[in-house]
Design a protein around this ligand. Structure first.
Ligand SMILES: Cc1ncc(COP(=O)(O)O)c(C=O)c1O
Length: 359
C-alpha cells in the first residue's frame, strides 16, 4: 500500500508529482526577473493558450484555491452586487468569507440543486427574486459553478452552456471553480476549451495542487477585458509572488505533456473502481454517481466505525435527502492496492453487519 494509501480524506493529502518536483529543481538555477517577468511565466502563458486553444487567455498564478476563487470573484462582482452559487460550493462554505472579503462585501447567494449542481431554472428564479427586491436586494452579476461539484458530479459542456446562455441573457458573467477541472476534463472526454470558454465560462480558477502540484493554482481569464486591473488586485491582496517562477514552473510542468489529465484520469479510474466495489456490498449504496475522483457512499454506521477503527481515514458527509454518507477521495498517487485494501475491509465489515454480528 502506498504511504497515503489509507487516507482518503482529500486529494491534498498527497505529495507532489515527480515531474513537478523536478521542474521546481530545474527552476532553481540562476537569477531571473522577479514578479512574473521570468521566462517560465511566459512559457506557462503560451502553454495555457495552446492547451485551451485561445490567444485571448490571460493567466495569473496564485498559491491557493481560495485565493484564486476570491480574487477571480472580486474581479467580477462589486461590493454592492451578488453572486449565485450552489449552497454547498466551496466559496460558500469553506473559504472563511474570502470572496466577500476580497470583493469588499459582495453577497453570495447559495442555491439548492440535486447532485451538487445548479440548474438554469433555479438561477432564473433567483435573478427574478432579486430583481423584485429592487434597490433593497443585491443584484446578481455573476454565477459560479464548481467543476467537479462538491458531490463529485460533473457538469456536461451543454449544461454549462445552458447556464452561460441564461446568465448572459441577464448580463451575468460565469466563473468556474476548477479545483478539480482536470478530473472533469479527463472524465468528460471533451477538450479543455469545450469544458470552459467554448461553453461560456469567462473566468476559471484552474486547480493544480490537488492533482500533483506543491502549491499552485491560476486565475484564467478567457475574456481579457475582465482582467483589467487584476495584476494590481492580486498584488494588493499579497498574492503576487516575487519568485513567481516557482509557481509558474509547477503549472508549466502540470500542463506539459498532458500530466494534468494523466494524473486526473488515474485518480478517476480508481474512484470508479472504489465506487463500483462499494455499491456491491450489503447495506451500501452510492449517494451520487462517481463521475470524477470522489466517492460518496452510504454504509451501515457500524461498518463506518470499524473502518475508522482499523485506521482508514475519510470524512463523514451529509447525504442528500438526509442521513450520513462518507466521502472518499482518490488522487494521482493512489494505487490499486489502496482500493483493494479498502474494499476488502469494507466487505468484511458490511458482511458482518448483514450477518447480525458486530462489525
Ligand atoms: C472545490 C474547491 N474549491 C477550492 C478549494 C480551495 O483550495 P485551497 O484549500 O487551496 O484554498 C478546494 C479545496 O478543498 C475545493 O475543494
Amino acid at each position: 500500500m502506498s504511504r497515503d494509501g489509507t487516507n482518503f480524506t482529500s486529494d491534498n493529502v498527497t505529495g507532489v508529482s515527480p515531474a513537478i518536483l523536478a521542474a521546481l529543481v530545474g527552476a532553481n538555477e540562476g537569477r531571473v526577473p522577479s514578479y512574473g517577468a521570468d521566462p517560465l511565466t511566459a512559457a506557462l502563458e503560451a502553454r495555457a493558450r495552446a492547451v485551451f486553444e485561445t490567444d485571448e487567455l490571460v493567466l495569473f498564478p496564485v498559491a491557493t484555491g481560495t485565493a484564486a476563487n476570491a480574487l477571480a470573484l472580486a474581479a467580477l462582482v462589486p461590493p454592492y452586487r451578488a453572486l449565485l452559487c450552489h449552497e454547498s460550493a466551496h466559496i460558500m462554505t469553506d473559504e472563511c468569507g474570502a470572496p466577500e472579503f476580497y470583493s469588499g462585501g459582495a453577497k453570495l447567494i447559495g442555491l439548492p440543486g440535486a447532485g451538487g449542481k445548479l440548474r438554469p431554472e433555479r438561477i432564473a428564479a433567483a435573478i427574478a427574486a432579486a430583481a423584485e427586491g429592487g434597490v433593497h436586494g443585491a443584484q446578481p452579476v455573476a454565477v459560479s459553478l464548481t467543476q467537479a461539484t462538491e458531490a463529485g458530479t460533473l457538469y456536461r459542456p451543454e449544461e454549462v452552456a445552458a447556464i452561460a446562455e441564461l446568465a448572459g441573457t441577464h448580463g451575468l458573467r460565469l466563473h468556474m471553480d476548477g479545483a478539480r477541472i482536470a478530473n472533469a476534463v479527463a472524465s468528460l472526454g471533451c477538450s479543455p476549451a469545450e469544458a470552459t470558454w467554448k461553453a461560456g465560462v469567462d473566468v476559471l480558477s484552474l486547480g493544480a495542487t490537488k492533482n500533483g502540484a506543491m502549491a499552485a493554482e491560476a486565475v484564467v481569464f478567457f475574456d481579457r477585458r475582465l482582467a483589467d486591473g487584476f495584476a494590481e488586485r492580486r498584488k494588493r491582496a499579497g498574492h503576487l509572488f516575487s519568485k513567481q517562477r516557482f509557481l509558474s514552473a509547477q503549472l508549466l510542468a502540470y500542463l506539459e505533456d498532458g500530466l494534468w489529465l494523466a494524473n486526473a484520469a488515474h485518480a478517476n479510474r480508481l474512484a470508479g473502481r472504489l465506487g463500483a466495489g462499494l455499491a456491491r456490498l450489503p447495506g451500501c449504496r452510492l449517494a451520487h454517481p462517481v463521475e470524477a475522483n470522489e466517492v460518496f457512499a452510504v454504509l451501515p454506521d457500524a461498518a463506518i466505525e470499524a473502518l475508522l477503527a482499523q485506521g482508514f481515514r475519510f470524512y463523514r458527509w451529509p447525504a442528500e435527502g438526509g442521513g450520513t454518507a462518507i466521502r472518499l477521495v482518490t488522487a494521482f498517487s493512489s494505487d490499486d492496492a489502496d482500493i483493494d485494501a479498502f474494499l476488502a475491509a469494507a466487505a468484511r465489515h458490511t458482511e458482518a453487519v448483514a450477518a447480525g454480528q458486530a462489525a
